[in-house]
Design a protein around this ligand. Structure first.
Ligand SMILES: Nc1ncnc2c1ncn2[C@@H]1O[C@H](COP(=O)(O)OP(=O)(O)OP(=O)(O)O)[C@@H](O)[C@H]1O
Ligand SMILES: [Mg+2]
Length: 228
């Protein structure tokens, strides 16, 4: 599903250049469940932003489901994201004044889904993450775990094949974090490809494979992947 070759990412801040990724190869197969693990600043979010077509590499090749995406423009990247990728973030990134229902409905509105069909889809998505009874709650009226489950329902709205999550349990206690990981495991069992960034060894250990990063390079016997 994902094929990255010799990927480099250089950030330019004023006159200073910083090489956040210094030449890495990553492959993710269809329906894999993968953790990206590594110290702060090692390039995990940078890698995920590239995987998610939120940004393009400075050098290297990237194919997603056989399509070359390393040199696409902003509109083309958005089209790839909308058709293939769902995102979950550490800070949930929900609309603060909108209910769980409205937060999940938004991507479906953009996608042009009409009336009854849209309503059914929102209810189905929120039920799937165990929030059928919290649909009218706003983020301030939900627990962290509930906010993250809303964010997952939103990420699933357009039926993305690939789910990318950057520290999805970073703001949660162990119990709600565990519930979130269980939802990702269910998505994996249902055929999604799931990639999560985590600092938590226990969570990494529940994934099929761990991609370890250190100082912008893969860090694991030269190939950067293996058991946790
Ligand atoms: N937009 C940017 N402009 C300049 N430098 C950046 C930018 N984004 C990230 N960096 C730098 O690139 C390096 C990697 O950052 P990245 O966010 O990928 O790390 P990370 O592994 O996700 O860390 P953390 O665990 O703290 O989230 C860091 O040194 C960071 O300062
Ligand atoms: Mg990060």
């Amino acid at each position: 599903m994902i094929e990255m070759r010799s990927i480099k990412k250089v950030y330019n801040t004023g006159k200073v250049k910083f090489e956040a990724l210094r030449g890495i190869d990553v492959e993710v197969k269809d329906n894999e469940f993968i953790a990206i693990f590594g110290p702060s600043g090692s390039g995990k979010s940078t890698l995920m932003n590239l995987m998610g077509c939120l940004d393009t590499p400075s050098e290297g090749e990237y194919n997603i489901e056989g399509r070359s995406v390393a040199r696409l423009n902003a509109n083309q990247l958005a089209e790839v994201r909308n058709s293939k990728i769902g995102f979950v973030f550490q800070a949930f990134n929900l609309l603060p004044y909108a209910t769980a229902y409205e937060n999940v409905e938004l991507p479906l509105l953009y996608a042009g889904l009409k009336g009854k069909e849209r309503k059914e889809r929102v209810v189905e998505l929120l039920s799937r993450v165990g929030l059928a009874d919290k649909m009218a709650n706003k983020p301030t009226e939900m627990s962290g775990g509930e906010m993250q489950r809303t964010a997952i329902a939103r990420a699933l709205a357009n039926k993305p094949k690939l789910i990318l999550a950057d520290e999805p349990t970073g703001n949660l206690d162990t119990k709600s974090g565990g519930e979130i990981i269980k939802i990702f495991e269910e998505l994996w069992n249902n055929g999604h490809t799931v990639v999560i960034i985590t600092h938590d060894m226990n969570i990494a250990g529940r994934c099929q494979r761990v991609i370890k990063l250190k100082d912008g390079l893969l860090d694991n016997n030269g190939n950067g992947s293996g058991p946790a």
